[in-house]
Design a protein around this ligand. Structure first.
Ligand code: IPD
Ligand code: CA
Ligand code: CA
Ligand code: CA
Length: 282
């Protein structure tokens, strides 16, 4: 079985590279917003859809029995069920808003789970040409170089990454800023938003930021990145402490337990629904 997953991972790396090339080409001449999804600022472009179709088609040809959870397929009505079957979890462009604005953190994210456990994760940061890879039990790498999380234990000497999502309902905004205020005022040395969950997790895995947290993410945002973090020596935690459920739409990814637990203390937690929030009232 081991060799089979290696084969699948090699395929994921190749197809992520090809997808990245498509993204770079589209960045020059085709990054128009096609439509919005859950809210007026939740964007999707033709490139998101084309890249996802390319990945699914090529994987289906090679692994016809495998299943898929892809962001744009789910948006088109496909189920979002993580079963025990081998499942590819795809975010064709993580950082669509960045892509539309040519803000340079745009990633193709491919996670692969069997029995609900991630076996490998591939995140290709297209504009930096950085290929992040992790295989369960075999470490995390960027362009072949091993990754290691930061050894910092003190949150006041840390940079924390988080995002502002696309839910602009007052209640959601208030909760988000209440948590963020507490974290800023610890004080931490810095707060950052890459605009891509996958890139934020690669930054944790690389030791550039100590932790990343977000409520409102989806499984395709974090499946690949979560393995990068744990294989680089980091930890995943639910925002209320305890084990992360990748389907729960919330996550803390940190360099160590001390920092993760400290973030748990500061967060006003809540459970997003399975679907995105509706459009804010005008
Ligand atoms: C989004 C990005 C963003 C995060 C959102 C995600 P998308 O993914 O990862 O950083 O804040 O929660 O939905 O829509 O660009 O693939
Ligand atoms: Ca999206
Ligand atoms: Ca995403
Ligand atoms: Ca996406």
């Amino acid at each position: 079985m081991d060799d089979l997953w290696q084969d699948a991972m090699d395929h994921a790396v190749a197809i992520a590279r090809k997808s990245g090339q498509m993204v770079r080409e589209a960045l020059r001449d085709d990054r128009k917003v096609m439509m919005t999804k859950s809210s007026s600022i939740d964007l999707v472009t033709q490139t998101d859809q084309k890249v996802e179709q390319l990945i699914i088609k090529s994987v289906k040809e090679k692994f016809p029995t495998h299943r898929f959870i892809g962001e744009e397929s789910v948006a088109a009505g496909e189920p979002c069920d993580l079963t025990d079957f081998p499942t590819w979890i795809i975010d064709p462009i993580d950082g669509t808003t960045n892509f539309v604005h040519a803000f340079p953190f745009v990633a193709v994210s491919i996670g692969f789970c069997v029995n609900k456990q991630c076996e490998f994760g591939v995140v290709y940061s297209c504009l930096q040409d950085q290929m992040f890879t992790a295989r369960r039990g075999r470490g995390a790498f960027c362009n072949g170089e091993p990754l290691q999380v930061s050894t910092e234990e003190d949150i006041s000497r840390s940079i924390i990454a988080t995002e502002f999502g696309s839910n602009r309902e007052t209640e959601a905004i208030d909760r988000m800023f209440s948590s963020l205020r507490k974290i800023v005022c610890i004080p931490v040395q810095g707060v950052r938003s890459a605009g891509s969950a996958a890139v934020n997790m690669c930054l944790v895995a690389s030791g550039c930021v100590e932790a990343y947290y977000e409520i409102g993410i989806h499984v395709w945002d974090v499946a690949a990145g979560s393995l990068l973090v744990t294989e680089a020596g980091g930890v995943l935690m639910d925002v209320e402490g305890g084990v992360v459920d990748l389907m729960s739409r919330r996550i803390i990814a940190a360099n160590n337990r001390t920092l993760a637990e400290r973030i748990v203390k500061e967060i006003d937690s809540f459970s997003p629904t399975r679907d995105d929030a509706p459009l804010p009232k005008q």
